[in-house]
Design a protein around this ligand. Structure first.
Ligand SMILES: [Zn+2]
Length: 119
């Protein structure tokens, strides 16, 4: 195993991938500039055969960036972290939540009566 790794490392000396690219074997590329709402300008190289996406995540700040420098996409609103309880409250009415709590308490009591160890 270790011997194989050394062989691979050794073969790269003096024959790097950059040399092959200079011989013109790499696919032709196009440079596309994207702009984010933080005024970052990011140049991304695509193969000329590739479909250039309309938006790209800015490599500097992670915000979405577009090719239109005058109209970069707005930064997405950052949702505050929601607790599990907040999700439950959002999805269920208070009545439902009360019912569920009631059910859980009854289950807890019935288990206690029967002597089961719950936790
Ligand atoms: Zn940015």
């Amino acid at each position: 195993m270790a011997g194989g790794g050394n062989a691979i490392r050794g073969s790269r000396v003096g024959a790097g991938p950059m040399g092959e690219a200079e011989r013109g074997e790499a696919a032709p590329r196009q440079a596309v500039t994207y702009f984010c709402s933080n005024d970052h300008r990011s140049v991304v190289a695509f193969s000329v055969e590739a479909t250039v996406p309309e938006s790209w995540d800015c490599p500097k700040c992670g915000l979405p960036a577009s090719m239109d420098s005058d109209n970069p996409p707005p930064a997405p609103k950052i949702e505050p972290y929601k607790t599990h309880l907040a999700y439950v409250k959002e999805r269920r009415s208070d009545k439902e939540a009360a019912d569920i709590l009631d059910e859980a308490l009854q289950l807890l009591r019935s288990r206690r009566k029967s002597g089961d160890l719950i936790f």
